[in-house]
Design a protein around this ligand. Structure first.
Ligand SMILES: [Fe+2]
Ligand SMILES: [Fe+2]
Length: 181
């Protein structure tokens, strides 16, 4: 059966491949700023813009109707981590701006924020895949999954009016092949 949790886990696979690239760049102190800019764009439009939107506007509110509080417990932790992730991305973007203006030491800050984002998202995705989604599977019926999947499809369509998730997956593929990951 195709489930809402499986759909979100499929997004995680691509987001984790992007994190592999980010970790490679940090570990090798790579300075290809165009790649780092592209990573910010992919996170903002795909990892956050589509995936986190699916979770925050559809999945988590649906779970709330099944007794999962958004104020405390696992969903609250996940929401808080999405906010923390956005702060790291802001840090990366601010560093890029400084770097573009000639402040080459901004690269240290860019890498620090990329490491922060990677560590956070790796652990976040682990918690969703292994804990929250398994709890959700116990609470959701087959009809619930179908309902959520059609909402996800709507979210994808709305999103696709600018650039579909496929475009961002292709961008991730380009990065992984460039860095031979
Ligand atoms: Fe999440
Ligand atoms: Fe997620």
């Amino acid at each position: 059966m195709n489930t809402a949790t499986k759909n979100l886990e499929d997004d995680h696979v691509h987001i984790l491949r992007l994190i592999d690239v980010m970790e490679y760049i940090v570990a090798h102190e790579a300075s290809d700023i165009a790649h780092i800019e592209s990573i910010v764009e992919i996170i903002r439009n795909y990892a956050d813009g589509l995936h986190h939107a699916k979770e925050e506007y559809h999945f988590f509110p649906f779970l709330a109707t099944k007794g999962f509080s958004a104020q405390h417990g696992p969903v609250a932790v996940m929401l808080h981590e999405h906010v923390l992730g956005r702060d790291f991305v802001k840090g990366i973007a601010a560093g890029i701006e400084l770097f573009r203006k000639g402040n080459l030491t901004a690269l240290v800050d860019i890498h620090k924020n990329m490491k922060g984002y990677s560590d956070l998202l790796r652990s976040h995705i682990g918690k969703e895949n292994n804990i929250l989604f398994r709890m959700a599977d116990n609470a959701l019926t087959e009809a619930d999954h179908h309902q959520l999947l059609s909402r996800f499809e709507e979210a994808e369509k709305e999103h696709a009016s600018s650039a579909g998730s496929k475009e961002y997956i292709l961008k991730i593929n380009e990065l992984t092949s460039y860095y031979e990951i």
